[in-house]
Design a protein around this ligand. Structure first.
Ligand code: DAT
Ligand code: MG
Length: 157
């Protein structure tokens, strides 16, 4: 397998859970051609949120962000593909959902800065850390996705 294959972490946030968008969101990643390696529902506590949002703990909105992220369980997913981290960020759309491009998940499903339906890892370094933060190694599945034969050219796989 090409070294360009990457794993990335996506969280479906509480606003999307409340608004019954889980299926629509998963479908976007499936239709793109990404491979699902891990999927589970989980509740996040303050400790994991302080770690996950370490770059934001000093912001005035952090308390509200943590309360929101604890308000329901989230759906955690690990997706794989060639340069998957950037590809997933692209289809996620920018943080401020009401300005996100139409066709992106945030652009199509959300209006808010904080209630923006999904989290997606922003760099390959962070993706590695974040997949490990939310998944044990035995929760990441290794299998052949036969569809890959049609998703990538021979020299991309
Ligand atoms: P992203 O989720 O696009 O990677 P980020 O890492 O800067 O954006 O922020 C993480 C989350 O924190 C973001 O999805 C929503 C929330 N957030 C960011 N900036 C905010 C703000 N100015 N006010 C309220 N919530 C904010
Ligand atoms: Mg981020």
């Amino acid at each position: 397998m090409s070294e360009n294959f990457e794993k990335t972490l996506v969280l479906i946030k509480p606003d999307a859970i409340q608004r019954s968008l889980v299926g629509d969101i998963i479908q976007r990643f499936e239709r793109k051609g990404l491979k699902l390696l891990g999927l589970k529902m989980m509740s996040l506590d303050e400790a994991v949120l302080r770690e996950h949002y370490a770059h934001l703990v000093d912001k005035p909105f952090f308390a509200g962000l943590a309360k929101f992220m604890k308000s329901t369980p989230v759906v955690a997913m690990c997706w794989e593909g060639v340069e998957a981290v950037a590809a997933v960020r692209l289809i996620a759309g920018i943080t401020k959902a009401r300005e996100a491009d139409a066709g992106t998940i945030r652009g199509d499903f959300a209006m808010s800065v904080s209630c923006n339906v999904i989290h997606a890892s922003d760099t390959t370094e962070n993706a590695e850390i974040e997949v490990k933060r939310f998944f044990n190694s035995d929760e990441i599945y290794d299998y052949d996705k036969t569809e890959y034969l049609h998703i990538y050219a021979d020299d991309e796989r």
